[in-house]
Design a protein around this ligand. Structure first.
Ligand SMILES: [Zn+2]
Ligand SMILES: [Zn+2]
Length: 396
């Protein structure tokens, strides 16, 4: 059980029954990226019950609302993501997804419930909240490069009034439940994607000398891409290149004309991101040329590096330390090579992306696993984090 708790934690615990009900409802009806219509309707209903006037869109499942739009203080935006995953649930939760092959396996049901909880607390706090609070319920975080943050930004989610600070959080089993993880600077990776088509000479596999073998060239490219990481780059600046798909051929005795490779590239610095792209393009061309094969490379930029503002993060560590006690805050020892489209908000506005502890004793269930089940305590802590962060950032 938790030892210390500030006023926001106490207030959040009082509304736990409501947060529990929201979470159960979101969890039972998970919806994939850009299909979050029922989820949107539930959010809209609850926000209206709070006396707010949510904005919805014909062609986009996001929901936006503002508390205290006319207030003079700094504008704080709080963001929760909405989408579920194509996973069949096998968790120990007392409620379950009603749809096989759909599950809130990344905790976005918890994120939305925490944000509704924080909204409830901030609405009740009335004029004690000095500035406007923008609530961003964002669809499609899991969509990779076409995630919901980009289209939400073009719809003005950080404007009118202009947002000064943005705060988001994500549950994580790596931090014990009841704790909050934080980190300054680059915290999550940029995620880019490549598709390589190798074109050789198709034909009978018994006569390989008649032209370049696309399979062999593809295999050499896979090997060679790993040396981009291990020999082409400074080892203290992390880079991941992973080939996750390789397709070619129809029968054991036919050499295919083409082989396709697809993979992901993770980096933690903008300069490194550019450099690795060039290294990969050059390496692929070089390997193919040396074998007389031709290649086409499509390189797609995904989410940028997620960089937490050092001054805002420091302020929040102080604010959350007052609420929870310093011993409940943990500095994350290293950045993650995972990616998050919260990075796109942080490119526009200073803020921070916190880790909401969801770890419980026993064998760890990772994010996206069918057994992932953040404990109920995350609802209380998560709502208190967002409410305390908002009040703290608006206090000076
Ligand atoms: Zn996820
Ligand atoms: Zn997630």
């Amino acid at each position: 059980m938790l030892r210390s708790s500030g006023p926001w934690t106490t207030a959040a615990r009082r509304i736990l029954p409501a947060m529990r009900a929201w979470r159960k409802s979101f969890h039972e009806e998970p919806e994939l990226a850009y299909e979050e219509r029922k989820t949107r309707d539930k959010l809209v209903r609850t926000l209206r019950e709070l006396g707010l006037t949510p904005t919805v869109y014909d062609d986009f499942t996001g929901v936006l609302a503002t508390i205290g739009a006319g207030r003079a203080g700094p504008v704080v935006a709080l963001r929760a993501d909405m989408d579920a995953l194509p996973v069949t649930e096998a968790s120990s939760l007392p409620f379950h997804s009603a749809t096989p092959g759909r599950m809130h396996a990344c905790g976005h049901d918890v994120h939305m419930s925490c944000l509704l909880g924080a909204a409830t607390l901030l609405v009740r706090a009335g004029d004690k909240v000095r500035g406007p609070v923008r609530l961003i319920f964002q669809p499609a975080e899991e969509e990779g490069e076409t995630g919901g943050a980009g289209p939400f930004l073009t719809r003005g989610c950080l404007e009118s009034p202009t947002v000064d600070f943005v705060v988001g959080q994500h549950v994580t089993p790596e931090v014990p439940a009841g704790m909050v993880g934080w980190r300054k600077g680059p915290t999550m990776a940029a995620a880019d994607r490549f598709r390589i088509v190798v074109r050789g000479h198709g034909g009978h596999a018994a006569y390989p000398h008649r032209g370049p073998d696309a399979i062999l060239v593809a295999a050499e490219i896979v090997q060679s891409l790993q040396s981009v990481v291990s020999r082409g780059r400074d080892p203290v600046d992390p880079v991941v290149v992973s080939v996750g798909m390789i397709h070619g051929g129809t029968r054991p005795n036919i050499l295919p004309e083409t082989v396709e490779l697809e993979g992901t590239v993770r980096t933690l610095r903008a300069e490194t991101r550019d450099e690795v792209e060039q290294l990969i393009l050059r390496r692929v061309r070089h390997v193919a040329k040396s074998q007389g094969a031709s290649t086409r490379v499509d390189y797609h930029r995904g989410y940028p590096v997620l960089t937490n503002s050092p001054p805002v993060t420091e302020r929040l560590v102080g604010i959350l330390g007052e609420e929870f006690g310093d011993d409940r805050l943990v500095e994350l020892p290293a950045p993650s090579m995972g990616a998050e489209d919260f990075a796109r908000y942080l490119e526009r506005v200073p803020g921070t992306f916190l880790r909401l502890g969801a770890g419980v004793p026993g064998p760890p269930a990772t994010l996206h696993s069918p057994t992932f089940a953040p404990p109920e305590e995350t609802l209380v802590i998560g709502a208190a984090v967002l409410a305390a962060a908002t009040m703290g950032l608006q206090s000076r």
